[in-house]
Write a new protein. Structure first.
Length: 136
């Protein structure tokens, strides 16, 4: 909910700044030309794209496994490789501990979401538990 408005504000601010800077400025010899203005607007769009990367995290889970898409990187893990679903006190998001001692962050389930995050973590734990029933 925060990323889209922030991206719009960044683009708007860079555009307003770029259009306000033209011709000679200050006492120095500097000039802002059309290319400088376009570069400033382009920088605003680049920063907005960086902000929008934070809308990317997603998690989907079912009886077969869990699919995770983080800001950078994605994982498609069967439950057989997951040892535990952890959501430690003070942690920013849920993590999956794998049997090979790797840890995978689940950025889509963040502590800032409070009770929603707790329910989501419990749901992942229930799916993990269900997948291990009947296994040695």
């Amino acid at each position: 909910m925060v990323c889209w408005p922030a991206a719009v504000v960044v683009v708007g601010a860079s555009t307003a700044l770029a259009t306000g800077l033209h011709g000679k400025t200050g006492d120095g010899p500097g000039y802002f030309q059309r290319g400088d203005q376009l570069a400033m607007i382009g920088l605003g769009f680049a920063l907005a794209a960086g902000i929008l990367l934070f809308t990317r995290p997603k998690v989907e889970a079912d009886e077969r496994g869990v699919r995770i898409r983080n800001v950078i990187g994605s994982y498609d893990l069967p439950w057989a490789v997951v040892r535990a679903v952890t959501f430690s006190r003070g942690a920013a998001w849920v993590t999956l501990e794998l049997h090979d001692d790797d840890v995978v962050a689940v950025m889509a389930i963040q502590a800032a979401d409070k009770e929603y995050a707790v329910r989501a973590a419990r749901g992942l734990r229930a799916l993990l538990q269900a997948s291990t029933v009947g296994q040695p």
